[in-house]
Design a protein around this ligand. Structure first.
Ligand SMILES: NC(=O)c1ccc[n+]([C@@H]2O[C@H](COP(=O)([O-])OP(=O)(O)OC[C@H]3O[C@@H](n4cnc5c(N)ncnc54)[C@H](OP(=O)(O)O)[C@@H]3O)[C@@H](O)[C@H]2O)c1
Length: 506
């Protein structure tokens, strides 16, 4: 595989310097200035999962930097909310144009820093542009409400209005698995709604979002409205999520970190998109070809590193043999390997720790009696697509988030047992059911304890046309074109005494 570093040209050249060994070292953005922060140049390496090479360096921002970033956002919050909404929308239209002219740089960066196959990286780039475009349409619908006062005695001389306002400063923290899109889907609704933002990208994949910030700057975003601080979650993330000048936290990541954030956030608004353990339920009357194809896709896309990935399949015993046979054929057809290859679906996992976790879960299931249908081995950071059959319920993989290309099949007696097992999970993000019976589908829809139920397809959330989010340990709040705007705005009530108008109703 070709050795590469991340050194996008043109507008991005202001965001890094090239170190003596040829590796670019990226800056952080605070109050409109790109710098190496207050530490005087402390950095961390960004290694590509493709070959383990150092492909970039990112500034290790200090707690002081994080604090300065919040202060800068706080100072800029009035600047952004006083820009007419129509001009905020134009800003994102312009950003789309800028990004479009650097499409290959963005796509290449996503592939190199995350190891994501290039077809998925292209999809992620396009989804990021669409998110900006469609969210702008939703921003035109940030309306309010008029409430007549004279329905109630104590307000009969008044009229009420309810309007949506920005929260001020949003702390946005994103995960590694969608290096660009995850950050974009936080920054866009925040700024469209008139907020200033402090963005902390995942340390495994920080460069795509540095580039995004630069594109917004070139498009005309006023200084201080978006600040980007790279560095450890426990330093930078901790400061911005505790900070009293932050009005809302928009976090996507693991349940463990989400709970830590919630515990220290105080009374800030919380939008937490956390872990998942999506169950696919395959019933006796399902179209087995369709179910096998969709389960394979829904489990393996982005190498299984998706919160909405199918990560357990609950198959009714009666059709289990036929289903597993078809699933095996589908998975065998799914190409894995070099992420630069257009046909590849499964690429390397993000890092060694992730690979070890996936392998441990597979070994644990096998030691408890699961049968290995295919896979179960790795090569570098690539974990070969794996199917486990007859996975016993005491296996860790039945309950823990896998975040890898593994499909555990659990055999169940009927729909009721499937629902009971599905709902026993601590997670409540996604699920899907394969059946040709409307009544069984409806029963599953009503009884599954999750944020989204998908019927006869795998869970997928694309640009966010439908609201998306979890219950239980999967989080608080909903992502979506307009829904994310709701999460990052607050209601203000206006009460006007209209008695002097002479129109009081006696
Ligand atoms: N529900 C959803 O919509 C959704 C979507 C995508 C992913 N996810 C979840 O995200 C997880 C995978 O992503 P990940 O491994 O990147 O998650 P993670 O380890 O929880 O990290 C997420 C972000 O939190 C930061 N962070 C770490 N410790 C922190 C702290 N103490 N305070 C504040 N921020 C802190 C990380 O920074 P560092 O990188 O510097 O540690 C990173 O930017 C999975 O659980 C997946 O299900 C959920």
């Amino acid at each position: 595989m070709e050795k590469k570093v991340i050194s996008p040209r043109g507008i991005f050249e202001d965001t890094y310097v090239i170190d003596s060994d040829g590796v670019p070292r990226f800056k952080i953005l605070i109050g409109g200035s790109w710098s190496f922060g207050s530490s005087g140049g402390d950095y961390f390496d960004v290694r590509s999962p493709i070959d383990g090479n150092t492909v970039a360096r990112a500034t290790r921002a200090t707690k002081d930097d994080a604090n300065s970033a919040v202060q800068a956002a706080y100072s800029a919050r009035t600047k952004i909310r006083s820009i007419a909404a129509v001009h905020r929308i134009e800003l994102f239209e312009k950003t789309c144009e800028v990004m479009r002219s650097y499409a290959e740089d963005f796509i290449r960066t996503i592939v190199i820093e995350s190891g994501k196959p290039i077809s998925s990286a292209r999809g992620e780039f396009e989804a990021s542009l669409l998110r900006m475009c469609y969210a702008s349409e939703e921003a035109r619908r940030i309306y309010g409400e008029y409430i007549p006062g004279d329905w109630v005695e104590d307000t009969k001389n008044k009229v009420g209005m309810v309007i949506r306002e920005p929260v001020g400063v949003v702390a946005a923290i994103s995960p590694f698995n969608y290096p660009l899109f995850s950050g974009v889907s936080k920054v866009v609704p925040a700024i469209l709604a008139g907020n200033a933002v402090v963005l902390k990208p995942a340390s495994d994949t920080p460069i795509s979002l540095i580039m995004y910030a630069r594109a917004l700057e070139v498009a005309g975003l006023p200084s201080g409205v978006l600040n980007v601080v790279t560095g450890s979650g426990s330093d930078v993330g901790d400061v911005i999520t505790r900070h009293e000048l932050v009005g809302a936290i928009s976090f996507t990541g693991s349940t463990e970190i989400g709970k830590q954030i919630a515990a220290r956030a105080g009374l800030k608004r919380l939008h937490l998109e956390l872990g998942g353990k999506a169950a696919a339920i395959v019933l006796e009357d399902a179209d087995i070809d369709l179910a096998a194809r969709k389960v394979a896709q829904g489990s393996l896309r982005n190498s299984g590193q998706r919160c909405d990935a199918i990560s357990r399949v609950l198959v009714v015993e009666e059709v289990a043999e036929a289903f597993v046979k078809k699933l095996r054929e589908e998975v065998a057809r799914t190409k894995s390997g070099n992420p630069w290859d257009d046909d590849v679906v499964v690429g390397p996992l993000i890092n060694e720790r992730a690979l070890r976790k996936v392998d441990e879960l597979v070994r644990d299931a096998l030691s408890r009696g699961a049968e290995l249908v295919m896979g179960g081995s790795s090569e570098g950071l690539l974990y070969h697509p794996t199917i486990l059959d007859k996975v016993p319920l005491d296996s860790k993989i039945a309950w823990e988030e896998t975040f890898g290309p593994v499909i555990p099949v659990i055999r169940v007696k009927d729909l009721d047992e499937a629902l009971e097992v599905a709902n026993r999970s601590r997670y409540g993000l996604d699920s899907c059911v394969f059946t040709t019976s409307m009544y069984k589908a409806w029963r599953a829809i009503k009884l599954l304890e999750v944020g989204t139920v998908t019927v006869n397809d795998f869970p997928a959330h694309g640009v966010g046309n439908f609201p998306f989010g979890g219950i239980k340990d999967s989080g608080i709040g909903r992502e979506g074109l307009g829904y994310s705007i709701d999460e990052l705005t607050v209601l203000k009530t206006i009460s006007i005494n209209v008695e002097p108008s002479g129109l009081r109703k006696e």
